[in-house]
Design a protein around this ligand. Structure first.
Ligand SMILES: Cc1cc2nc3c(=O)[nH]c(=O)nc-3n(C[C@H](O)[C@H](O)[C@H](O)COP(=O)(O)O)c2cc1C
Length: 213
């Protein structure tokens, strides 16, 4: 892929091998593959501070966190299972119980951080841009977790999108779940997964040919 030359002055002062290597090696680990220890309170606080160092058009901070850890995980799971049953009265009982059981075990990792997108609709900044900023918070949180030696995964699913489940998580009107980020220590080092060919998805813009039809 031909890359346009950049001027020497545009280069960063010192590339950080450690940082680039960490970015290149980071993999998600499914929540069920995340065990103790999770981050302690001080580490979590630092991770959340780092997570919010994201681009944020007009500095609206259109996101917030809900942390789920310890016994709260089981209590929330039981409430989610109940909500699933109540929301699917016509489902075959066996199938309903199967999925209710899955909902009851949605938080197996030591800690889960719900990244809540809460766009400010009173401003001229498009909601989409504010939601992107919340997505950036999710990604930064994963990188911060890796920086501290933990693993994690960014998921959504039924608990993130079902209205009743959202209420149980603590969301209010106008808010959405940008991601549920499960955090802990990987039981097993994850392998690599196929990656897209960046070249195939990259174009360098050139002016349209005025003679072209
Ligand atoms: C917004 C969003 C929602 C996602 N939701 C889920 C999900 O519900 N379940 C799941 O297994 N993976 C989900 N993923 C994918 C994982 O986060 C992750 O991309 C995948 O497991 C492998 O990614 P890796 O390249 O980080 O290892 C979601 C990703 C994004 C960006």
């Amino acid at each position: 892929m031909p890359v346009p030359p950049s001027s020497p002055s545009a280069r960063p002062s010192a590339p950080s091998d450690g940082w680039l290597d960490a970015m290149a090696r980071r993999r998600s680990v499914p929540a069920a593959g995340l065990a103790e220890p999770g981050p302690d309170e001080a580490t979590l606080q630092r991770m959340l501070e780092l997570a919010t160092r994201v681009p944020d058009h007009a500095m609206l901070a259109p996101w917030r966190f809900i942390v789920i850890g310890g016994e709260a995980r089981g209590r929330l799971g039981a409430l989610l299972a109940e909500a699933y049953r109540a929301g699917n009265p016509d489902m075959a009982p066996e199938r309903r119980e199967k999925f209710a059981g899955i909902m009851s075990r949605l938080f197996p990792a030591p800690l889960a951080v719900v990244v809540v997108s809460r766009p400010n609709r009173e401003t001229m900044i498009p909601v989409f841009e504010q939601e992107l900023s919340a997505g950036a918070v999710c990604m930064n949180l994963l990188h911060a977790a890796h920086g501290f030696g933990f693993s994690g995964i960014w998921v959504t699913g039924w608990a993130a999108t079902n209205t009743h489940a959202q209420r149980l998580l603590g969301l209010v009107e106008g808010e959405k779940v940008a991601g549920i980020v499960h955090l802990g220590t990987a039981r097993e080092a994850p392998g690599e997964r196929p990656r897209p060919d960046v070249g195939e998805r990259t174009a360098f813009w050139s002016a349209p040919d005025p003679a072209a039809p």
